[in-house]
Write a protein that binds this ligand. Structure first.
Ligand SMILES: [Zn+2]
Length: 301
């Protein structure tokens, strides 16, 4: 590509000329990509991995709500159960009274989660986007490119979808927990169990809920990082990625292992031939998938 001298108003830090009317941030990458079509040299940059600290922070925030709920539910149900204990001992089965308590607790905690979910989900999506973008910017900078943070309609859609999915997941937590709590309480009553048994069983349900919150945080952090990064890189004109299998999981997906180090389209994803999948996916999208990718840029040797 030949520039007329009058068109060139400066030289960027990576040595590429800046044309008149072009912002430096844009021209760096654009000219790098233009240059790439001339020289066919390509470079695979470092992958942007999901931020583990942020995953833990998200889990902790969800668990704040869960702990508050579990404490309240345990407190009230133990009190009610104690009140009904003489009846339970006489096989009178005061299920109606206990059911009423559970319904009240369910309503109260569903409301609390419904209220908190939109804000928490938005905080999460923003956090993932910001953290992954900062890492990408650093990787590009080291390769001599400067880019400007932009929110395009395509990225806005992915952002909104991420928020929505997380709102749904957060809201599903009290329902799942309290359904299990109800089963435990009713079992305790019909089998004439004491309060110690009920307490132990409630604790088991808390553990299940804790594991679920952990899974939501891990899975959503991987998935959102992948989706938002793919959208950002596509927007920047980075078309190709090199699939990286993590080699960290206990049960690697055979199709992902076979796809390690292979090229795929960042815009369209990669067709996973696994018979349970059989669709286009991105690294890190499927549950427990820890794969990532190296963005390939043209024009750098
Ligand atoms: Zn994978």
């Amino acid at each position: 590509m030949v520039f007329k001298p009058t068109e060139i108003v400066g030289v960027g830090r990576s040595g590429f000329p800046i044309k008149k009317g072009e912002r430096e941030e844009r021209s760096f990458l654009q000219m790098a990509l233009d240059a790439g079509s001339r020289r066919s040299s390509k470079k695979a940059l470092s992958p942007v991995r999901p931020n583990l600290g942020f995953e833990r922070l998200y889990r902790r925030k969800i668990m704040c709500l869960v702990d508050e709920m579990a404490k309240s539910v345990e407190h009230w149900l133990r009190a009610d159960y104690r009140k009904q204990a003489p009846k339970i001992a006489q096989d009178a089965s005061p299920t109606k009274e206990l059911k009423k308590s559970i319904d009240e607790l369910s309503e109260r905690w569903q409301d609390r989660f419904d209220e908190a979910a939109p804000e928490l989900a938005k905080w999460f999506a923003k956090g993932v986007d910001k953290r992954s973008y900062v890492v990408l910017r650093q990787i590009l900078r080291e390769a001599g490119m400067t880019v400007k943070f932009k929110m395009t309609p395509a990225m806005r859609n992915i952002f909104e979808a991420t928020v929505e999915e997380n709102v749904g997941l957060i809201k599903s937590i009290p329902k799942q927990y309290l359904t299990q709590v109800e089963t435990v309480v009713m079992e305790s009553v019909t089998r004439g169990r004491d309060i110690g048994y009920l307490t132990r069983e409630l604790l088991k349900r808390y553990d299940i809920t804790y594991n679920r919150a952990k899974l939501i945080a891990v899975d959503q952090n991987n998935k959102a990082t992948s989706a938002l990064m793919a959208a950002r890189q596509t927007e920047m004109g980075i078309e190709e990625g090199i699939w990286l299998h993590s080699h960290a999981g206990k049960e690697p997906r055979p199709t992902h292992l076979a796809n390690d180090n292979k090229k795929f389209s960042i815009k369209d994803g990669w067709f996973d031939p696994d018979k349970r999948v059989r669709r286009r996916i991105w690294p890190g999208e499927l549950i427990n998938c820890r794969c990532t990718w190296r963005p390939v840029v043209k024009g750098f040797s």
